[in-house]
Design a protein around this ligand. Structure first.
Ligand SMILES: [Zn+2]
Length: 153
């Protein structure tokens, strides 16, 4: 999947972040669970998506998702340059939900870069983005399961 960039493309992630700021800016930062709820809804995520379906969701949000072999121990990483945003996920077979967890983690790091760009960092100097991204990923997965519970009955 080619992501065409000509410098004029919109940046959906930046749009999401500025929308969050417009609603929560007065009591900044929002709780991680609140951010997770809004993000899961915005992304249109559910736990039953295949990797191909996840790629489509990401593409809708201007992010190129690539599944490939990564160095041992590395589950994913993300990078942004100019108007191009990419997330890489390991192709290693893993526990159920592991791909989604890694995806949310990488997205959280991207969100933070946009929050910083907009002048609203959510993380203090003494906090770790890695830890926050893990908390966020967990919250997103919980949120997704909550949404889907009725479907099991
Ligand atoms: Zn990370």
């Amino acid at each position: 999947m080619e992501l065409l960039t000509d410098g004029t493309e919109k940046n959906p992630i930046l749009g999401f972040c500025s929308n969050v700021i417009s609603r929560h800016g007065k009591s900044w930062p929002p709780e991680e669970i609140v951010l997770a709820e809004e993000f899961v809804q915005w992304l249109g995520f559910n736990s039953f998506l295949t990797k191909e379906a996840l790629k489509e969701l990401c593409k809708d949000k201007g992010v190129n998702l690539t599944v490939k072999t990564l160095p041992a121990g590395l589950r994913g990483f993300n990078c942004s340059y100019q108007d191009k945003r990419e997330i890489f996920l390991t192709d290693e077979e893993s526990a159920v939900f592991s791909d989604a967890h890694t995806l949310f983690h990488e997205f959280r790091e991207m969100l933070e870069h946009s929050f910083v760009e907009l002048g609203y960092p959510t993380i203090g100097a003494e906090q770790s983005l890695e830890v926050q991204a893990e908390t966020f990923a967990m919250a997103c997965r919980m949120r997704a399961v909550e949404q889907e519970l009725p479907a099991f009955f």
